[in-house]
Design a protein around this ligand. Structure first.
Ligand code: SF4
Ligand code: SF4
Ligand code: FES
Length: 243
């Protein structure tokens, strides 16, 4: 099975053809199977990430034909092109810098904890949101995240014009809103904490979500129904004041 693997060294991109040898006629390999075989067989320097190999850690996400897929979970087919996630800056081959998103949340997740009642259980929606594996597949086609890169993608910007991931991105994304919504519906969060979580969502650019249907989760969390709509509804007046 012939596929293409986009490699990148020192800013230079190359498209390498790789011929995957199936283990048997019935095998339908995952993307990660191809990458592991390629690394063991002719591309020893190929850089990519993986961890759990069981769709739990999220670090293996790559783009297939320009759309994000979880490499240990998604099957690959003849002619597919594997490239680094276009929504984050590429470091080497398929490895991207993920820290700009994590650093964005620094300081935003500490919620006011006074007045907690430990004898309460979380609503079902809260548990649904704990299914996030931080794969960042949802950054794809997110206009809020694109604001970090002047409306484009990292590799469309000159290196000196890109934001420094070490500072944390200033505009948010579905993942950051999910984290904040989780705080809002956590029964252990105080009213002040809930209000602060919403303020942070607005500060990250919640207004970009008005009329946007771009949210798609790599593991099937209903981002529109369980994150975006409740936040937009709660933020109605505050967004209007901002706008
Ligand atoms: S709804 Fe909001 S978070 Fe989701 S893709 Fe659109 S702008 Fe991004
Ligand atoms: S919300 Fe879904 S797509 Fe986004 S980081 Fe979490 S698991 Fe991945
Ligand atoms: S290796 Fe952990 S989700 Fe793919």
């Amino acid at each position: 099975m012939k596929v293409e693997i986009v490699t990148r060294r020192d800013g230079e991109q190359e498209i390498v053809a790789y011929d995957y040898v199936p283990r048997d006629d019935s095998e339908k390999p995952m993307i990660l199977d191809v990458l592991l075989q390629a690394q063991a067989n002719g591309m020893p320097d190929l850089a990519f990430r993986y961890g759990c190999r069981a769709r739990n850690c999220g670090v293996c996400t790559v783009d297939i034909n320009g759309r994000p897929r979880i490499a240990c979970r998604a099957r690959i087919k003849e002619g597919d092109r594997i490239s680094p996630m276009a929504t984050l800056p590429a470091l080497s081959d398929l490895v991207v810098r993920r820290d700009g998103v994590a650093r964005q949340m620094r300081g935003r997740l500490a919620t006011a904890g006074q007045g907690n009642d430990l004898n309460v259980s979380a609503p079902d929606d809260y548990h649904a949101l704990t299914g996030c594996i931080e794969c960042y597949a949802c950054l794809h086609e997110c206009p809020m995240h694109a604001r970090n890169f002047d409306g484009g993608l990292p590799d469309e910007q000159a290196v000196e014009d890109r934001p420094d991931p070490a500072e944390g991105y200033t505009s948010g994304n579905p993942f950051s809103l999910l984290k904040l919504q989780r705080i809002r519906i956590d029964p252990l969060t105080s009213e002040a904490g809930k209000s602060s979580a919403l303020d942070n969502a607005i500060d990250l650019g919640l207004d970009a979500c008005v009329g946007c249907k771009g949210c798609k989760c790599g593991v099937g969390i209903d981002l529109i129904g369980k994150v975006i709509w409740p936040m937009l509804e709660a933020a109605g007046d505050r967004l209007a004041e901002k706008g």
